[in-house]
Design a protein around this ligand. Structure first.
Ligand code: AMP
Ligand code: TRP
Length: 327
């Protein structure tokens, strides 16, 4: 039997090149080697208020972008988290074996909660739901960007704790990070991770941004006071641009070094912009095609949920038996 892979993205904000390079590109690459489940994690998105009509539309947009980027629904299951009841159910059972201290230590929790006057419980529980997503399907590999590595360590801790309390139940999953592009930084501020929720006009390149917009955002990217690329002294903005180029082009480190050494920043930015555009334009064409077919997406999502629900139900049944709950 093929190892199972599970990963997901939140239907909030606009998918950007960080999401693509950190996660989606890897998903496409490995999809035929494993039994893959790619999820749209709407229950995670509602840990912050979402306008209901916009959330609904976003779910389909993200699903269409998975397909446009090259996920093959004949090969993988693409599904919406809230359409399979077992995610929320298992999350509760895992909550009950998770010490609050583990959750309070999460850096994403600390960063999010520091900005809020009143912290919703969902923000604290967020990684337990993520653990449930993964453990429900006994996934062996979880391909994500670097910002999720800590949540995956917690997932392993929760799995091991459950296994030691109730007997071997869960596969303990591994993390898969891309070699380049695991942490794409904001173009306006290269000390911050590129993020869907950041508001700056020149912060991110969204996968659905028109080419002119992409050129503008990249040409305005923050660099440093050098005139041209010098790998010894380059600041994080320049290194970020180069790693975006490298991740899209797939070139080796020494090739990239040779190509960019001594290049003026204006030319570097032009080359990065054209590299990004040459990859995202074909997605955008496929995206428009996919959303223009009435009923197609809904069918893909229904089929995905129908395919995975029995696996999830099986796990919940086993967990209930192990815990002595009524089945
Ligand atoms: P999210 O935007 O939080 O739903 O993240 C979806 C996926 O994209 C996760 O696997 C993240 O680790 C990945 N990701 C998000 N932002 C970045 C980034 N700036 N660089 C690389 N990967 C990212
Ligand atoms: N927390 C992840 C993020 O924000 C999204 C996510 C939810 C996820 N459940 C998952 C990723 C399970 C991988 C596996 O990026």
């Amino acid at each position: 039997m093929k190892t199972r892979v599970f990963s997901g993205m939140q239907p909030s904000g606009n998918l950007h090149i960080g999401n693509y390079l950190g996660a989606l590109k890897n998903w496409v690459r490995i999809q035929s080697d494993y039994e893959c489940i790619f999820c749209i994690v709407d229950l995670h998105a509602i840990t912050a208020y979402q306008n209901p009509a916009e959330l609904r539309a976003k779910i389909e947009e993200i699903a269409a972008l998975y397909l446009a980027a090259g996920i093959d629904p004949g090969e993988c299951s693409i599904m919406v988290q809230s359409s399979v009841h077992a995610h929320a159910e298992l999350a509760w059972m895992l909550t009950c074996v998770t010490p609050v201290g583990w959750l309070e230590r999460m850096t994403q929790y600390k960063a999010k909660s520091a900005k809020l006057e009143s912290v919703g419980d969902g923000i604290l529980q967020y990684p337990v739901l993520m653990a449930a997503d993964i453990l429900l399907y006994q996934a062996g590999i979880v391909p994500v960007g670097e910002d999720q590595a800590q949540h995956l360590e917690l997932t392993r801790d929760i799995a091991q704790r459950f296994n030691s309390l109730y007997g071997d139940t869960f596969v303990v999953p591994g993390t898969s990070l891309p070699a380049v592009g695991a942490r794409v930084m904001g173009l306006d501020d290269p000390t911050q991770k590129m993020s869907k929720s950041a508001t700056g006009a020149n912060h991110a390149v969204a996968l659905l941004d028109p080419p002119d917009r992409i050129r503008k955002t990249i040409m305005r990217a923050t660099t440093d006071s050098n005139p041209a690329v010098d790998f010894e002294t380059a600041g994080p903005g320049v290194l970020n641009l180069i790693s975006i180029y490298q991740a899209f082009s797939g070139s080796a480190d020494d090739e990239v070094k040779r190509h960019f050494t001594g290049m003026r920043y204006g030319d570097l930015k032009k080359q990065v912009a054209e590299m990004v555009i040459s990859h995202v334009e074909p997605f955008q064409q496929r995206y428009r095609q996919i959303v223009s077919e009435p009923g197609y997406l809904a069918g893909v999502l229904r089929e995905g949920a129908e395919r995975v629900a029995p696996i999830a139900d099986d796990t919940v049944r086993t967990v209930k038996q192990r815990m002595g709950l009524y089945t």
